[in-house]
Design a protein around this ligand. Structure first.
Ligand code: PLP
Length: 385
């Protein structure tokens, strides 16, 4: 049987054909009005998707590069920072902050458990020397989405940094309305573009913190980025990933055409459908069963089934690439990514393939129950699972 390849991972994610085609266009020189025109439009549309009027700096790196840049640009060695850690990426922020000589107050939660913003407020009240607080929007390792509105409210006295690498464009994030100072994102998730671009939005308060920070930096220097960004037409400080920016231009236009609020609403439906499908198959969700978890759905692998084999089988026999668990959850959970270029039938196909693979592995389930539950979420009849 021919298998059609479907990438259902939480990054990289599939890209629309128009975005693929834009990658085949001739490379243009970056110090030209032609590139400046594209980059200016990209910046305007990034502002619309980030829901901010703050400057957004784009660099050629994966999301981790923009993380690293944020630490280099905001802090001086020995500064104190609060980091919420409820998964692999929260843990990465802890490690990276320590690697740069910051003193970290870590608020650790079990994976899959949402951060408690009262504890964020208490930790900041207990130590007025803490200069900034970091939290992940969508913790991709578990699918759990933290309440960033509450986080920003709990941390109004310090600079707030949000890792929205998988969340931006999939989970509601109102950067300016909620008062988030720094938002970090990457191209390869809900922005429907290949991996290789990282973004950081920077508020005026964060820029003031940057001006007094003494951490060594060069490639990711926000002052250099800002200088280039303010040229007319806008430029990047160093050679940009020209083709990726041209592709991003097409992808952002598609998001704008769909409407940012509609994009959020679509992701809520995709998340709901995935969770209903998982439960319909008789499996248990990992993490809260709630609408904000609209970027990634994580589920426990049932007792007696090898999770790595399940992920391989869904791919080998059905062409659908879902993701396994990370860290201590490797082999124990599987994750369906739905941040980006996904529709109802991507979810239906993934649930169908998972049912078939589980059946092949000897798990007792009634084929079609998961698919039916998924379809009912999209049904216009109003009948819900
Ligand atoms: N933060 C989150 C929430 C992520 O999902 C990822 C990547 O999966 C990262 C950070 C790291 O980004 P990158 O792999 O692009 O460096």
């Amino acid at each position: 049987m021919m298998n059609k390849y479907r990438l259902m991972s939480p990054g990289p994610t599939p890209i629309p054909p128009e975005v693929s085609a834009a990658g085949a266009l001739p490379i243009i020189h970056h110090r030209t009005p032609e590139f400046g025109e594209v980059f200016t439009r990209v910046n305007e549309n990034l502002n619309r998707v980030f829901l901010t009027e703050n400057d957004i700096f784009t660099c050629a790196a994966s999301g981790t590069g923009a993380f690293e840049g944020a630490i280099q640009n905001l802090f001086s060695p020995g500064d104190k920072v609060l980091v919420v850690n409820n998964g692999n990426f929260g843990g990465r922020w802890v490690k990276m902050s320590r690697a740069f000589g910051l003193e970290v107050t870590e608020l650790e939660y079990d994976w899959g458990v949402k951060a408690d913003n009262d504890e964020v407020a208490d930790a900041l009240a207990n130590d007025p020397e803490i200069k900034a607080a970091i939290c992940v929007l969508s913790e991709t390792s578990t699918g759990t989405v933290n309440d960033i509105e509450g986080f920003a409210r709990a941390a109004t006295n310090v600079v707030t940094i949000v890792d929205a690498v998988s969340g931006l464009g999939a989970c509601t994030l109102r950067t300016d309305e909620w008062g988030v100072d720094v938002v970090v994102a990457g191209s390869q998730k809900a922005l429907m573009t290949p991996p290789g671009l990282a973004f950081v939005s920077v508020s005026e308060r964060a820029m003031r913190m940057h001006e007094v920070s003494r951490m060594p930096r060069y490639y990711f220097d926000w002052t250099a980025a800002k200088k280039a960004f303010e040229r007319d037409p806008a430029q990047t400080a160093w050679t940009p990933a020209v083709s990726l920016i041209i592709q991003l231009d097409v992808a952002l236009q598609q998001l704008i055409d769909e409407g940012v609020e509609n994009v959020f609403a679509r992701h809520v439906m995709l998340g709901r459908a995935s969770r209903e499908g998982v439960k319909g198959m008789g499996l248990e969700l990992f993490g809260p069963d709630e609408d904000p978890n609209s970027a990634v759905t994580a589920a426990w692998v049932p007792e007696g089934i090898d999770g790595k084999q399940l992920v391989r089988m869904v791919f080998r026999e059905h062409g659908i690439q879902v993701a396994g668990g990370q860290g201590a959850l490797a082999g124990r959970i599987f994750r369906i990514g739905h941040c980006g270029y996904f529709d109802a039938f991507d979810i239906i196909a993934t649930i169908a393939a998972t049912e078939l693979a589980l059946e092949s592995l000897g798990y007792p389930l009634e084929i079609g129950k998961g698919v039916g539950a998924t379809q009912r979420v999209f049904s216009k009849s109003g009948v819900r699972a």
